[in-house]
Design a protein around this ligand. Structure first.
Ligand code: PSU
Ligand code: MN
Length: 302
């Protein structure tokens, strides 16, 4: 039974029982999305930002085959140090990790699954996966887009990186029936940049209005989630021409090296961080905190 596999931390259990605001946080961003020790600082920082905004953080991962919702500091430290030696856990991986009692760091997809099992309705991360450039041939479309179509968890993110094909990502989300709300913006933000020229479905400037949209989706018994796209703060944004060139070089390199499947996104993230020095990593951390803050504010009205 599910309850034999789900391990909700005492703090998160208490928050669920007493109706406190809770937000889910992913762990692939720790293991595969950033280098050590910045990944550990970010994981801790996210929890601190959530608390500062009055929400209980529930970082998700699979440890020893248990679906863990809410981690200890030792567990965060373990995931940060182990890095890419931990399995990147998406939907397909979860039953196998449970059966084999292994560890996995959950992607947006994996985190949405664990959050929804625990009864958590909102998840904050950096960027979501999407339709990769060249997907017409490779069929590389992130499972995140499928999960958003069927699991009722809202994901607050800074849009998606242009290492993805953003117009196709928007098309795919439309097909799957996923609303995209721009928080204080008419355009999908581009992760390191605030604009992509792609219109969102609705602009909302007030977290209460976003909470009302989430409640409506829930009351209609829709099965799917929602994207809240929150632009990186102006002062942390990178020059779009510069970062576009860096991303194109990383994408070309991945193609040359024959990087495929689940290794693609971590490879590209790592190369972008390397090519830009500390630059893009600093922006990445800032935008994640910004998303955690907004998700926490929304969670108060859910
Ligand atoms: N995009 C980022 N940082 C990340 C990821 C995506 O800017 O860390 C991670 C998330 O965990 C996301 C996953 O769910 O990569 C998507 O991987 P894939 O493209 O293999 O579905
Ligand atoms: Mn993929």
């Amino acid at each position: 039974m599910l309850k034999d596999h789900l391990l909700i931390s005492p703090e998160v259990q208490d928050a669920l029982a007493t109706g406190k605001p809770i937000i889910a946080l992913e762990s692939t961003i720790i293991s595969h999305g950033m280098p050590y020790p910045q990944n550990l600082e970010t994981a801790r920082g996210c929890e601190a930002v959530a608390r500062a905004h009055g929400a209980v953080p529930a970082t998700c991962a699979i440890l020893g085959g248990k679906l863990c919702v809410g981690l200890t500091d030792e567990q965060l430290d373990y995931l940060a140090r182990t890095g890419t030696n931990v399995i990147k856990a998406s939907r397909r991986d979860i039953p196998l990790l449970v059966a084999r009692k292994l560890d996995g760091a959950t992607t947006v997809t994996g985190t949405m699954i664990l959050a929804s099992m625990a009864g958590i309705r909102i998840h904050a991360t950096g960027g979501i996966g999407g339709v990769h450039r060249g997907a017409q041939e490779t069929m590389d479309i992130s499972a995140d887009l499928e999960e958003l179509g069927k699991t009722p968890v809202v994901v607050v993110c800074a849009g998606a990186k242009s290492l993805l094909d953003l117009p196709l990502t928007m098309e795919y989300l439309e097909t799957r029936g996923v609303p995209i709300i721009g928080y204080g913006t008419d355009e999908l933000p581009g992760f390191y940049t605030r604009n992509t020229g792609l219109p969102v479905d609705a602009r909302m400037d007030d977290v209460k209005e976003i909470a009302a949209a989430i409640r409506a989706q829930y009351e209609l018994d829709y099965k799917g989630g929602m994207v809240v796209a929150n632009p990186i703060p102006e002062e942390d944004a990178l020059d779009s021409e510069y970062i576009e060139k860096v991303i194109q070089d990383a994408v070309d390199e991945a193609k040359e090296k024959g990087i495929r499947g689940k290794a693609t996104t971590p490879f590209l993230l790592q190369r972008i961080h390397e090519i830009t020095g500390g630059n893009s990593l600093a922006s990445n951390i800032k935008l994640v905190y910004n998303n955690v803050a907004v998700a926490s504010e929304i969670a108060k009205y859910l």
